[in-house]
Ligand binder design. Structure first.
Ligand SMILES: [Zn+2]
Length: 445
């Protein structure tokens, strides 16, 4: 934004004389005002009841796409539900945003920045997981990571925390995926094909109990960050969904499984309706604990996107009874379509427009998206960890193995050798590292 102002002033000054141009401060104010009109007011609230102390949150409303330029502000709301210790959740909370932002080239326009986000989220999640696993500490974490820029909401998720959106017309959207093995047959097939075993706990009498778990390790999730001792078929590649709200606004509810094991989406919305975000979050946590007792960490973040200067809490238009539907998948579409070729959906003034969705576990596919701005990623930088490579050093993300991996630049994006190892381990083509801890009957989680 500041560079646009600078260029404009320079051109006008040389061509028509300085007197034609308003002072820079006036131009900047205009820019900020027009950005302001195009942006929602964002009000948020957080509530949490702790049982194990393994839910962490990260709330930051003053991030900047262009450092130092207040007109490029965006917000981040993230929830980390740790297991088997806090280390992975702490590590992700401290490093994930930076790893995502480092995967976005600088100097992009706002639209290009938004288009680059899905791929950067994949790179950031995988890098964070890989770096944490290098520390060889046990523990893992779910992540629900929400980025709000203007009316665009981008959600990246691994694990079983969930993010829902209620739009102004009362429609309900699920913006995250559920990576519980019990709930996701596709993921059971992927884990099994990559060398994991999926089954329930056996009692001595031969009966099976509890949820489906992945063995070794006994984790009941198929995706997470961390979990070095479980096996790398438990992958950190997030489901990513990007939508654009109408300027009538909407309410997001981001909660850990402590809430969703007790409440339906409807009951969470209903028990908090008409209240400002902070009170709404408290009501949802209170209701969840009331229904099921405090059996797990129970955390809720409520985010209201409001038309500017609207100080009332977000309240949707009531739908006719029986007409309300969960629009969790919009239109199911093949994953190999470039995002800019997808037909966008407009259904009316309050409609939520889908910009992007991909939940594939295939890293090559997730890094290979064809953007309208296809040249914006540097050719000789690892697409995951961003390390610079010498010509000929990178390995095509499409390479099946290291032997056939040294390829020409146009077969990019490229990975460094270390990230190629990670990719092969996630696909079950290479043994997981540090998979040496024996399950003693008490170590499942
Ligand atoms: Zn790398």
């Amino acid at each position: 934004m500041s560079s646009m102002v600078g260029t404009g002033a320079g051109q006008a000054g040389s061509a028509e004389g300085d007197w034609m141009m308003p002072p820079l401060s006036v131009l900047l104010k205009r820019e900020l005002t027009s950005e302001k009109i195009g942006k929602p007011d964002i009000l948020h609230g957080l509530a949490s009841r702790s049982k194990k102390g393994e839910d962490l949150t990260f709330l930051k409303t003053e991030c900047q796409r262009v450092p130092g330029n207040g007109a490029t502000t965006f917000s981040v709301f993230a929830l980390f539900d740790g297991h088997n210790g806090l280390a992975a959740a702490i590590y992700a909370k401290e490093n994930l945003l930076n790893n995502i932002l480092c995967a976005i080239p600088s100097g992009l326009t706002r639209d290009d920045w938004l288009a680059a986000l899905p791929r950067a989220l994949v790179a950031g999640f995988v890098k964070t997981d890989k770096d944490f696993q290098d520390k060889a500490e046990p523990s893992g974490t779910t992540v629900t990571f929400v980025i709000i820029d203007g009316w665009a909401v981008t959600v990246a998720s691994v694990g079983d925390s969930r993010c829902i959106l209620e739009s102004a017309d009362g429609s309900l959207y699920l913006l995250s995926a559920d990576h519980r093995l019990d709930e996701n047959k596709e993921e059971v097939e992927r884990v099994t094909a990559s060398g994991g075993e999926v089954g329930r706990l056996y009692l001595a009498c031969g009966a099976e109990i509890g949820p489906l778990r992945c063995w070794p390790g006994g984790l009941c999730l198929s995706r997470s960050i961390g979990d070095v001792d479980v096996g790398e078929f438990i992958i950190p590649i997030p489901h990513v969904k990007q939508v654009k709200l109408s300027n009538a606004g909407g309410r997001l509810i981001i909660s850990s499984d402590g809430v969703w094991d007790a409440l339906t989406f409807e009951s969470a919305l209903n028990c908090s309706r008409g209240h400002p975000a902070d009170i709404a979050a408290n009501k949802i946590v209170k209701e969840a604990v009331h229904v099921k007792g405090l059996r797990d960490d129970t955390t809720c973040i409520v985010v209201d996107l409001l038309p500017p200067e609207n100080i009332s809490p977000f309240v949707s238009q009531p739908k006719k009874k029986g007409m309300r539907v969960l629009k969790n998948m919009f239109h199911k579409k093949p994953y190999d379509l470039p995002s800019h070729l997808l037909v966008r959906n407009y259904f009316g003034p309050y409609a939520v427009e889908e910009l992007f969705e991909d939940g594939s576990a295939v890293l090559a596919q997730r890094l290979n998206m064809v953007y309208p701005i296809c040249n914006m990623f540097k050719l000789l930088v690892c697409a995951v960890c961003q390390v610079e490579m010498k010509p000929g050093e990178g390995i095509s993300v499409h390479a099946g193995s290291l032997k056939s991996g040294i390829v020409c630049l146009w077969e990019g994006p490229l990975l460094c050798q270390s990230c190629q190892f990670k990719k092969e381990a996630m696909e079950g083509k290479r043994p997981s590292r540090n998979l040496c801890r024996k399950l003693d009957g008490n170590e499942y989680y």
